[in-house]
Design a protein around this ligand. Structure first.
Ligand code: GLC
Length: 486
């Protein structure tokens, strides 16, 4: 009893400070959920978790009321670089923000120049690890996320000879395997990191941050159980499947949760009408508001299909653009919200031009509109080619919007065919059309549809379950305390 585990949690972005992708949702809420676990849920352990982020130079996201707390040099060939550290609180979790020249040089969280990003994130990873030593706060676990912070684990392994880090374990959460960081040989050499010789890794991977982190990590956590299995196969393994298979004993899938307080249809003031599973009628007001806003005919019984997504090849938008014309005979309206790849955006615009009465592509990020969509649209489409976890389908279910998704990764683990949504197996337009037809068939019966909505709304997507799984894993990684000699 009374044992405290210390966890240094590193990420490139975290809500509410910075948000580009799903990583921000996880890094902004998982540490808070971990901190909030009662000792009863952790077998008597207290979790002292601290979040470290880069101090990005994006004007709109500069965290307010920062306290400067530390400053130290980070070795770089030809002259070390000063890291400065600022601090503030995130719902009880201390959050540290690191800056220094490579971070100051960048104008956005992720840049179009991969080389600049590599230097920035490698500097950040090294500085974050060093910060714990400067603070004299010894982490039991360094928890890194994706390629940006994976090298903290590689460095950790190199520094295990130091008494300070000798008992620290490394955990890497994989949110998106294909993004590996690219060849970082130059930057690694500049920061004095020894090259990796590991026969089990393909040679191209030995100088890329994510594979190096996968090699160094004591535990690897893909963000769903299905994705954890998928990355061991050629279709999803990005040519690391053979290496990952050898590490299979260290891989544990843990599905993400959602922030159920921030996403609650009963209290969401950005909806036209709030509602819950027992007052689903309120959804119609949201649907009407949405149809009005989009210039669609206001039709209560015409199913409104929607996507809120990064416009990216990953998300299977091409399948949507092909599937909808095949269903042209049926009544539906389709709304896409999100931005990204120019080619896919152009395809969305031409679909809209073809069906101006029933297709709207809103090609930007709009947090308010996304809430109205979850709370007012009837079906949420996610025909992803791969989906490590996925957040939209969980938010949609929470708001009574029924998901139609590809059975992959976290989508497969969170949506249940015939109960909470509709799934199809292959990334194939005919299979998708079939799933949509099943959904439209059920939609025709209001009573059956309500059952799907209620089932989805009753699911527990809170972080508590995932946080407990992480806590158990942390505990397994920490060596038993060695009793002091006399
Ligand atoms: C990435 C993945 C997504 C996942 C998110 C958070 O954006 O593509 O599936 O939900 O990370 O883990």
């Amino acid at each position: 009893m009374g044992e405290t585990l210390t966890i240094l949690f590193l990420a490139a972005e975290a809500e509410p400070f910075y948000k580009v992708g799903g990583l921000a949702d996880v890094a902004g809420s998982l540490p808070v959920a971990l901190r909030g676990l009662s000792p009863k849920m952790t077998g008597g352990m207290q979790l002292d978790i601290r979040l470290v982020l880069p101090l990005h130079c994006t004007a709109q996201s500069e965290p307010q009321s920062l306290l400067r707390t530390n400053e130290f040099p980070v070795y770089r060939r030809g002259g070390s670089i000063r890291a400065q550290v600022f601090e503030r609180d995130l719902n009880g979790v201390p959050a540290y923000f690191i800056t220094g020249q490579p971070i100051l040089n960048a104008t956005s969280i992720y840049s179009a120049d991969p080389a600049a990003d590599r230097e920035k994130y490698i500097f950040f990873s090294l500085a974050a690890l060093e910060l714990s030593r400067r603070m004299g706060w010894r982490p039991d676990i360094v928890h890194a996320n994706d390629w940006h912070t994976a090298l903290a684990l590689y460095t950790l392994r190199a520094r295990r000879g130091e008494a300070f880090f000798s008992r620290t374990a490394g955990l890497l959460t994989v949110h998106n395997l294909p993004y590996m960081g690219g060849d970082a040989s130059d930057v690694l050499a500049a920061y004095g990191l020894a090259p990796l010789f590991e026969e089990n890794l393909p040679s191209w991977a030995r100088s890329q941050p994510l594979p190096m982190g996968l090699w160094a990590a004591d535990a690897i956590v893909p963000v769903s159980e299905t994705y954890a299995r998928e990355i061991l196969t050629p279709d999803f393994g990005c040519d690391l499947q053979d290496f990952l298979k050898q590490r299979a004993n260290s891989i544990t899938g843990i599905v993400n949760g959602v922030d159920v307080n921030a996403w609650n249809p009963l209290t969401d003031r950005r909806l036209a009408a709030t509602f819950d599973a027992d007052s689903l009628g309120g959804r119609l007001e949201n649907k009407t508001a949405l149809q009005k806003k989009m210039g669609f005919p206001i039709e209560a019984r015409v199913p409104l299909l929607a996507m809120v997504t990064r416009v990216d090849q990953q998300k299977g938008l091409d399948l949507v653009f092909e599937a909808l014309p095949k269903l042209a005979e049926k009544p539906w309206q389709f709304l896409l919200l999100g931005s990204g790849a120019p080619q896919l955006e152009a395809a969305a615009r031409s679909l809209q031009a073809k069906y101006p009465e029933r297709v709207q592509a809103v090609l930007r990020y709009d947090a308010n509109l996304s809430r109205l969509i979850y709370g007012g649209a009837d079906m949420f489409l996610m025909p992803s080619r791969y989906e490590p976890c996925g957040l939209g389908q969980m938010l949609a279910m929470r708001y009574g919007c029924v998901p139609v998704v590809r059975a992959t990764g976290g989508l497969k683990d969170t949506v249940e065919e015939g109960k909470t949504g509709f799934l199809f197996a292959r990334a194939d337009v005919d299979e998708f059309v079939e799933a949509l037809q099943r959904a439209l068939g059920v939609y025709a019966s209001q009573e059956k549809w309500r059952r799907f909505q209620r089932n989805g709304m009753k699911q527990d997507f809170s972080w508590t379950r995932s946080a407990r799984q992480y806590a158990t894993l942390y505990r397994c990684l920490v060596p038993e305390a060695v009793p002091d000699p006399e």
